[in-house]
Design a protein around this ligand. Structure first.
Ligand code: SAM
Ligand code: SF4
Ligand code: SF4
Length: 314
């Protein structure tokens, strides 16, 4: 048994908020849901600050990168500055990555730079019109302003923080223009492949009966550790896949849950019997009774871009 234990993968996803976001993105289940009913549809818990601290204290001991994300916008956590303070106090900057829509108050920039190693802005556009058409709000200038102010601040103090700009894949010409524009402006940027959140959104014609029959084994349960602080009060729940978080917590079946922190340690959950049995089923191509049985968005060895991004040094 000892030989089968897995060390943490290079990326842990941590959900810290749900049910609120500034944007109405056309490619996201939150964005496609009316602002007024988001909390009802997706729930409204946020990670408890003390639980976050306990999580971080364990992360100090592991060689991994934690991506702060949300079923919504992470920087809208009611105590977000406190979360940043914990990262700073524990000297965790190089281990943390933040997903954001970039619409945080500008005065937060110095704290963000001090606390987080990679800040990924889902700006999605190069101009006001496309931003409005894809992000669903008229806020291109505000995000733009934060991006340039952050870059100037990073330069002024010679900080090691990386600013990364992304767009969700759409038409080739627009995606290409996004890369050319932001590269010319001197930013790291890339196109995120479109996914349907394992079937929650339309597949845009990517899946066919033929492709579904020839699925490769999905590496997510080996390559990503997914914890979420918004399903249970004061706890983190380990789940099989990030995609299944995009629904109301009451609808997430028990067999997607692999353990609870801090009742068990992060690494014990990762190596728990229930998680091992789930992986064994996938490995042996057995029915898992989860969305994995029909999901066509499997991560393969040739796939993961996030690891490539990490390989660059801070
Ligand atoms: C769900 S958002 C949550 C965090 C934050 N609100 C943001 O936009 O960065 C996390 C990332 O998923 C991306 N995303 C949203 N919908 C997507 C989709 N259908 N396919 C691929 N990536 C998507 C966003 O652009 C963002 O980079
Ligand atoms: S992608 Fe992010 S910014 Fe856009 S609606 Fe979804 S959660 Fe909000
Ligand atoms: S098969 Fe799909 S739902 Fe299952 S872990 Fe992989 S990406 Fe997630």
């Amino acid at each position: 048994m000892q030989n089968n234990l897995l060390s943490f993968p290079s990326i842990i996803n941590l959900g810290i908020i749900r049910g609120i976001c500034h944007c109405n993105c056309v490619h996201c289940p939150i964005g496609l849901t009316h602002q007024d009913i988001r909390k009802r549809m997706f729930g409204n818990l946020e990670i408890n600050v003390n639980t976050f601290r306990r999580f971080c204290e364990e992360i100090v001991r592991h060689e991994t990168t934690v991506r702060l994300h949300g079923v919504g916008e992470p920087t809208l956590h009611s105590q977000f500055p406190k979360l940043l303070e914990i990262l700073h106090q524990l000297n965790l900057k190089t281990k943390f990555w933040l997903f954001t829509d970039g619409l945080f108050p500008t005065h937060l920039i110095p704290q963000l730079i001090r606390a987080v190693g990679i800040i990924e802005f889902s700006i999605n556009s190069t101009n006001k019109q496309d931003y409005l058409a894809t992000k669903g709000i008229d806020a291109f200038e505000r995000v733009n302003n934060n991006i340039y102010q952050m870059r100037d601040f990073v330069k002024s103090i010679d900080a090691s923080t990386r600013i990364v700009l992304t767009r969700v894949k759409s038409k080739f010409e627009i995606d290409n223009e996004f890369i050319e524009f932001w590269t010319a402006e001197g930013f790291e940027c890339f196109i995120r492949s479109y996914h349907t959140y394992s079937g929650i959104l339309e597949s845009r014609g990517i899946n066919t009966p033929e492709s579904l029959r020839n699925l490769p084994k999905c590496l997510v349960p080996w390559k990503r550790s997914n914890f979420d602080g918004t399903l249970l009060q004061d706890k983190l729940v380990a789940v099989t896949c990030f995609n299944i978080l995009f629904q109301h917590p009451s609808l997430i079946p028990e067999n997607y849950k692999m353990g609870i922190f801090p009742d068990s340690s992060l690494i014990d959950i990762w190596n728990s019997l229930v998680f091992t049995e789930f992986r064994n089923k996938l490995e042996q191509n057995k029915i898992t009774d989860t969305v994995c049985d029909t999901c066509s968005e499997c991560m393969t060895n040739s796939g993961p871009r996030a690891e490539n991004l990490l390989r660059k040094t801070f």
